[in-house]
Design a protein around this ligand. Structure first.
Ligand code: PLP
Length: 422
């Protein structure tokens, strides 16, 4: 009898493309170090999670047996109509000419929406234009699909429209324009840069996307994960407001940052032509996000508890942001060549060091920072794989999780590590 050696696991092509997030490895290495102050994880502040609101609303929702049984049943693939209506009313208010409930799809967090949209738009080799730097998990999503993330230069107002046009022109010259399927933006308090894009700029970017859509449409994906977390200044209109015919812009929203990531409810507002494909993909994956959580969020919104909760979050995060910026002024400003942006909201401060300092695992600073007792996210993980060169001298600092005292201590530790690494 012939004997065969069975390979224990032959990964699929998709599995080989899924490298996992490089940052998880660094974090687990560093988290062996007890007492470390992590300014790395983009988690929300545990102390301000809405335990009382959830307890009270859940008790009321489950009070009636027949209604409770319906909530504990599967729901519909696009999500609960009452929640979709509240989202249109309270979270992404739109020009009423465009507003239709059918365009709203509920997902298990906005990552799922981003993933479903990417699955619906992209084939291997297709291109998504992204700010440099941008949200690292979305870069992983693209790589996993065999698509290319392509960087576009940014300044203090986010993606530069002229640089976007230049990139499109270069791709057209190279015969690659038909592969460009989307432009990805995080317009409010960007992860990682903290930048909010001015309205004129996003309007210009939507116009450029329409103008360069020749044989294939170039969608604009507006990831609005941090829109509610504004601590200074006035809200700016959503990118979707500038999409006159509703065919170009996709909005991704979430309650993870503004309410609770444990509830994990996100949403998309899609051009009508994408609703079918996205729901078909979703139907094959989960045929509906957790129904009970959708009822919870619909009721929290209906009772006005969401906006009240966001107000408390704003005041607590705003203090933490001030503490981080003040600590940076005190400890980092004496260090030559260290600069950072001053965001008006969100959860992140983006810092740049002199060009010769490598903040990644290959450089000295990461290990020194861990030895001094703090952890940051090396900026190089936030750069698209193609296009502009990757900046190795940057870092993302999060102020969401740690107490004010620990934020100060963490920045002081970083300053000691930078001084030693210079
Ligand atoms: C820019 C951005 N988009 C999307 C998400 C995903 O959030 P969730 O899937 O929990 O809604 C995050 C989470 O950190 C984020 O920073």
């Amino acid at each position: 009898m012939t004997t065969f050696t069975i390979s224990p696991y032959l990964p699929s092509r998709r599995a080989t493309l899924a490298e996992g997030q490089p940052i998880s490895e660094l974090m687990s290495r560093a988290l062996d170090n007890p007492g470390l102050i992590s300014l790395a994880a983009g988690f929300v502040d545990g102390q301000s999670l809405p335990v009382d609101i959830v307890r009270e609303v859940m008790a009321d929702l489950l009070g009636d047996h027949a209604e409770a049984r319906a909530m504990l049943q599967y729901g519909a693939t696009p999500g609960l109509p009452a929640l979709r209506r509240e989202i249109l009313n309270q979270c992404t208010p739109m020009d009423s000419r465009q507003e239709t409930l059918d365009r709203v799809v509920i997902t298990a967090g906005s990552n799922q929406l981003l993933h479903l949209v990417a699955e619906s738009l992209l084939d291997p080799g297709d291109i998504v234009l992204c700010a440099a730097p941008t949200y690292l998990v979305f870069l992983g999503t693209l790589a996993n699909l065999g698509a290319k993330s392509w960087s576009v230069q940014t300044d203090d107002g986010g993606m530069i429209p002229e640089a976007l046009e230049e990139t499109l022109a270069q791709l057209a010259d190279a015969g690659e324009l038909a592969k460009v399927k989307a432009i990805y933006l995080v317009p409010y308090f960007d992860n990682p840069s903290g930048i909010t894009m001015p309205a004129e700029r996003v309007q210009r970017i939507v116009a450029i996307a329409k103008q360069w859509s020749h044989r294939t449409r170039i969608h604009v994906i507006a990831d609005e994960a941090y829109r509610e977390l504004r601590y200074k200044g006035e809200d700016v209109p959503s990118v979707i407001e500038f999409d006159d015919d509703g065919e170009t812009v996709i909005v991704a929203g979430t309650f993870s940052k503004s309410f609770s990531p444990g509830v994990r409810i996100g949403w998309g507002i899609l051009p009508e032509h994408l609703v079918g494909p996205v729901c078909a993909q979703k139907g094959n994956i989960d045929f509906g996000s957790p129904n009970l959580n959708q009822h919870l969020m619909a009721e929290v919104l209906r009772r006005g508890l969401f906006s009240a909760h966001v107000e408390t979050l704003r005041s607590s995060y705003s203090k933490k942001l001030d503490v981080m910026l003040n600590a940076a002024d005190e400890y980092l400003s004496p260090l030559a060549g260290v600069k950072w942006l001053r965001p008006n909201g969100g959860l992140y401060v983006w810092a740049t060091l002199p060009p010769q300092v490598d903040t990644g695992p290959a450089g000295e600073l990461f290990d020194r920072s861990v030895a001094e007792g703090m952890l940051y996210v090396p900026g190089q993980y936030c750069y698209p794989s193609e296009g502009q060169p990757v900046a190795k001298n940057c870092m993302r600092l999060s102020f969401g999780v740690q107490s004010c005292e620990k934020i100060r201590e963490g920045i002081a530790a970083l300053a000691r590590a930078i001084t030693a690494a210079y």
